[in-house]
Design a protein around this ligand. Structure first.
Ligand SMILES: O=C(O)CCC(=O)C(=O)O
Ligand SMILES: [Fe+2]
Length: 314
């Protein structure tokens, strides 16, 4: 934990990549992505800007959403753990979140909206769906680069087709104190890739491999890209999946948005033989992500230092 530990995330510019081609810019960016994900499991990305109007309408919409009465928010239910409304937890009283499965698909964004606003709210569903599409493009570019940089191109179609998207929207109340209060516990994400965007209130912290916490201060037009345990497992540990948490101070509410690419139920996450050798013995047995999530939310799963290792470590 020397003084050389960089306390900012790597920053990667994606604005020059308007198409997926193997030009120089693509290869350069790809090697930056690979290095950042090996070392930090995370980076800040500038991507095709979210126009200011979309940003304003996203965060206006989120405020409107979380201002709904609790009994209305509770209608956001899901059979999968952590896909519906989450909140009112004594451990993290500042935190609330909701989830929209397959948010890039217009009918899915619309049906979520109808549940919460039976009279309709076209502005909300359009905003959420447009944003999800933009974020899913970045997810796909990053994953394409990851597979290419590990020489796993032949799995591209299978890998890309093996996931669904979940858009989660989060609100963290300001604790109205100067000392920081826990907004969200330290955890690793369990999915493939997570892409985060926030309003102008900071709070996300990402842990380095040596245990230091990086306070993430993304610019309004940038995104945080992070690896989850499923991609850590699929790449047999070649990429890091970092612990992160949210710490809040002051009186402003923080709103954030996360697009999660998640292995489909029934798909077995299994490291390809190309990433397993004597130097890199297999870390995890093949697993079904949805079944793993069910374990993660049991008492044993919550107690485990690494739920995935406990669940299917070799
Ligand atoms: O709000 C954030 O920036 C992070 C949220 C997060 O880590 C999560 O939902 O898994
Ligand atoms: Fe997370």
């Amino acid at each position: 934990m020397g003084s050389e530990t960089p306390l900012t995330l790597p920053f990667i510019d994606f604005t020059n990549l308007d198409q997926i081609t193997k030009n120089e810019a693509w290869n350069l960016t790809k090697s930056q992505v690979h290095r950042a994900l090996e070392e930090f499991g995370c980076f800040e990305a500038s991507f095709a800007d979210i126009p200011p109007e979309l940003q304003t309408s996203v965060y206006d919409s989120l405020q409107e959403l979380f201002d709904l009465p609790l009994q209305t928010k509770l209608k956001n239910r899901s059979t999968k753990p952590f896909h519906g409304y989450v909140g009112q937890y004594p451990m993290v009283p500042l935190y609330e979140s909701m989830g929209i499965d397959d948010a890039p698909i217009p009918e899915k964004a619309e049906s979520f909206t109808k549940i919460l606003w039976p009279q309709g709210n076209p502005k909300f569903s359009k905003t959420v769906q447009e944003l999800s599409i933009k974020l899913s493009k970045l997810d796909q570019i990053v994953r394409r680069m990851v597979l290419e940089s590990l020489g796993l191109e032949k799995y591209m179609d299978e890998h890309m087709g093996s996931t669904n998207y979940l858009l989660r929207v989060m609100k963290y109340k300001g604790p109205e104190t100067d000392d920081s209060k826990l907004g969200l516990n330290s955890h690793t994400d369990k999915n493939i890739v997570t892409i985060l965007h926030q309003n102008q209130v900071d709070g996300l912290e990402v842990q380095t491999k040596s245990g230091d916490w990086i306070k993430v201060q993304p610019s309004p037009n940038s995104f945080v890209v992070m690896i989850g345990d499923s991609l850590y497992a699929w790449t047999n540990g070649r990429l890091h999946s970092p612990y992160h948490r949210v710490m809040m101070t002051g009186d402003k509410a923080r709103y954030s948005i996360g697009l999660f690419s998640i292995p489909k139920a029934g798909y077995m996450v299994k490291a390809p033989p190309e990433v397993v050798d004597e130097e890199h013995p297999l870390i995890f047995k093949p697993f079904d992500h949805v079944e793993f999530l069910q374990f993660y939310y049991t008492e044993e799963g919550q107690r485990a230092q690494s739920a995935l290792k406990t669940y299917c470590g070799v």
